[in-house]
Write a protein that binds this ligand. Structure first.
Ligand code: TTP
Ligand code: MG
Length: 391
C-alpha cells in the first residue's frame, strides 16, 4: 500500500493575515485587500475570514465587495512584503525536507520521503510545520496529508483555518465520493458543465464512469480526470527549479554609437527575454542592463520593478532608461545585454493584484507568442524591428 508522504501546506487568508499580524488593531475585523478605495476599479486579492462571512472573496470587483460589506476595512496591500513572507515560509518548509515545491506565494507541496526518521511520520511533521510557521511567522497554515498531491491539496482546504486533514491510504474513495467535480484539477466552469450534462456532479460519479466515456467527451484530459476522481495521481513533487535569471546579449561586429540603433536592439532583447519568461511560466522583478564600451570596460545597472512582469514593453522601457543613464552621448559600445532576475512562478491567482492594463498586455503578448510559434517570427513585426533589418 502507498505511504502517507505528501504534505500540502496553504496559508490561511494569506495577505490579510499578514496585515492583521502587523497591525493588531485589525484583528477580528473584516479586512479586504485589493485597494484602499473600494469605489475605485480593482479586484479583491483576498479577504479575512470575517469579511468572507459577508460573501466577499478573491477576484471579486472591489465595488461589489463594498456593496456586500460596507463596514469592511479596505487596504491596498503590499506585494513586496507578501513576497518576503513567502520566502520566509518556503525557508521554514525547507528545514523539514529539500523536496519542497512552491505552488504560489502561500502554498507548497512537500514530499517527506527519506526524512521520516528525522521528524517522525507525516502527521507529526505536518503538525511541526504548523507550529514552526506560527512561532516564526506569527501566521496560521492549513495542512493536508495524503498519498499523493491531488488528495493532499483537497485535504488542506477542508478545515481552514489552521486545519490538519489526513487522507489515509485506502480512504480516498469515501473521501472523494461526494465532492463536486470542480475539485478536480483544472476543471473550471466549462468542463464542469460538460460533466454535469452527462449527469456527473460528484467525484464518486466520475470515478464510476468508464474512462473511455470521459475520454470521448473531454479528450486525453478525460482520462486524467477519471484517474484523479479515483484518487490516482502519480505526479512527483518537483523542488523549485533554480533558474536565477533569464537574459540575452548582443555583441556588435563593430563599435556602435547610434542611439536609435541602441534603442532598436534593446527592443528586440526585451521582447525576446519577455517571450522566454512567458514560455517558462515565469515573471521577474529585477531588470539588469549590461553594456560593454569599445574599450571593453563593462558596466551593469539594475532596477527593481514594483510588480514582476513578463511583458516586453515594460522590460524595454526600464532597460532603455537604465541604458541611457550609462551611455553618455557620443560614446561607442560593443555589447548590450538585458536580463531579468528575481523570478517567480506566473501564478494566475496573482493576476488580481496587477493593473488591468498589464493583464490585457499579457493576453496580447500570449496571443502573439502563439502566432509566432505557429507561423514563425516574421508574422508580427513591429516597425522598429523592420528598421533594424534594413540596416
Ligand atoms: P489563496 O491561498 O487562494 O487564499 P488565501 O490564502 O487568502 O485564503 P485561504 O485561507 O482560503 O487559503 O491565495 C493566497 C494569496 O494569493 C491570497 O492571500 C491573495 C492572493 N490571491 C490573489 O491575489 N488573487 C486571487 O484571485 C487569489 C485566489 C489569491
Ligand atoms: Mg491560502
Amino acid at each position: 500500500m502507498e505511504k502517507l508522504r505528501i504534505i500540502h501546506v496553504d496559508m490561511d487568508a494569506f495577505f490579510a493575515a499578514i496585515e492583521i499580524r502587523d497591525d493588531p488593531s485589525l484583528k477580528g475585523k473584516p479586512i479586504i485587500i485589493g485597494g484602499a478605495d473600494p469605489r475605485a476599479r480593482g479586484v479583491v486579492s483576498t479577504a479575512s475570514y470575517e469579511a468572507r462571512k459577508y460573501g466577499v472573496g478573491s477576484a471579486m470587483p472591489l465595488v461589489e465587495a463594498y456593496r456586500r460589506c460596507p463596514e469592511g476595512i479596505f487596504l491596498q496591500g503590499n506585494m513586496g512584503k507578501y513576497e518576503k513572507v513567502s520566502h520566509e515560509l518556503m525557508a521554514i518548509l525547507g528545514n523539514f525536507t529539500p523536496l519542497v515545491e512552491p505552488i504560489s506565494l502561500d502554498e507548497a507541496f512537500l514530499d517527506i520521503k527519506g526524512c521520516e526518521g528525522l521528524f517522525g511520520d507525516a502527521v507529526t511533521m505536518g503538525k511541526k510545520m504548523q507550529k514552526a510557521i506560527k512561532k516564526e511567522l506569527g501566521l496560521t497554515a492549513s495542512v493536508g496529508i495524503a498519498v499523493n498531491k491531488f488528495l493532499a491539496k483537497i485535504a488542506s482546504d477542508l478545515e481552514k483555518p489552521e486545519g490538519l486533514v489526513v487522507v489515509r491510504p485506502g480512504e480516498h474513495e469515501e473521501f472523494l465520493q461526494d465532492m463536486p467535480v470542480e475539485k478536480l484539477w483544472g476543471v473550471g466552469g466549462k468542463t464542469a458543465k460538460i460533466l454535469r450534462e452527462q449527469g456527473l456532479y460528484t467525484l464518486g460519479q466520475v470515478a464510476r464512469m468508464e474512462p473511455s466515456f470521459l475520454e470521448a467527451r473531454l479528450g486525453s484530459n478525460g482520462r486524467v480526470l477519471s484517474e484523479l476522481a479515483r484518487g490516482i495521481d502519480m505526479r512527483a513533487v518537483i523542488p523549485s527549479r533554480e533558474i536565477k535569471s533569464i537574459g540575452r546579449e548582443q555583441t556588435f561586429p563593430q563599435d556602435i554609437q547610434d542611439r536609435r540603433y541602441m534603442e532598436t536592439v534593446m527592443y528586440i532583447l526585451a521582447e525576446d527575454v519577455a517571450r522566454r519568461l512567458r514560455l517558462k511560466g515565469l515573471k521577474g522583478k529585477v531588470v539588469t542592463v549590461k553594456l560593454r564600451y569599445s574599450d571593453f570596460k563593462t558596466v551593469t545597472r539594475r532596477r527593481t520593478l514594483n510588480t514582476p512582469t513578463n511583458i516586453g514593453k515594460r522590460l524595454f522601457d526600464q532597460g532603455l532608461e537604465l541604458l541611457c543613464n550609462i551611455v553618455p552621448e557620443g560614446v561607442s559600445f560593443r555589447l548590450i545585454g538585458l536580463s531579468v532576475s528575481g523570478l517567480q512562478g506566473d501564478e494566475k491567482k496573482q493576476l488580481a493584484l496587477f493593473a488591468e492594463n498589464e493583464a490585457r498586455e499579457e493576453k496580447i503578448a500570449t496571443v502573439m507568442d502563439e502566432l509566432r510559434n505557429k507561423y514563425g517570427d516574421d508574422i508580427i513585426t513591429p516597425a522598429r524591428f523592420l528598421e533594424l533589418r534594413e540596416d
